[in-house]
Design a protein around this ligand. Structure first.
Ligand code: HEC
Length: 119
């Protein structure tokens, strides 16, 4: 392997790393002006818990992966940005689930998830 090729591989790796952050599709939220709800006020997340609840064992989660739960503050706070992204992209709730979040519920989730996820 010659040197330029190695350099190219490193460059591609660096770009790949960066894009995992910058490639996130997240809504614009101005945390300085938005009203950030508490977890208990983010009612949209309750709709996720028929599949994503820490009380639901594998096999009873409609294929929702273990470790992604929204029934408790602790669980929901593990990766709130991921939850925001999935909802913002329209990936969650699944299209075939007949579950939808209202715009108000989405805005609450975005504000909570992106502005410090207060308890
Ligand atoms: C009807 C069941 C169901 C509901 C309701 C549901 N999900 Fe999911 N969720 C799934 C399934 C199945 C997967 C795994 C397949 C996939 O990623 O599409 C998943 C995966 C995920 C993942 C992991 C994505 C990844 O990158 O692996 C996140 C985060 C998530 N859901 C968040 C949510 C949030 C937030 C809500 C509520 C707004 C929600 N889900 C509602 C079934 C559900």
């Amino acid at each position: 392997m010659n040197v330029p090729l190695i350099a190219l591989l490193f460059a591609a790796f660096a770009v790949g790393c960066g894009s995992s952050d910058e490639g996130e599709e997240l809504p614009e939220v101005d945390c300085n002006t938005v009203t950030v709800p508490k977890f208990s006020e983010v009612t949209g997340l309750v709709k996720c818990t028929i599949c994503h609840a820490s009380t639901l064992p594998a096999g009873n989660r409609q294929d929702a992966p273990l470790g992604y739960d929204y029934d408790t503050y602790e669980a929901a706070s593990m990766d709130p940005t991921e939850a925001v992204e999935e909802v913002f992209k329209g990936s969650m709730p699944p299209a075939d689930s007949n579950i939808t979040l209202t715009d108000a519920e989405k805005q609450q989730l975005y504000a909570w998830g992106l502005c410090g996820n207060p308890m």
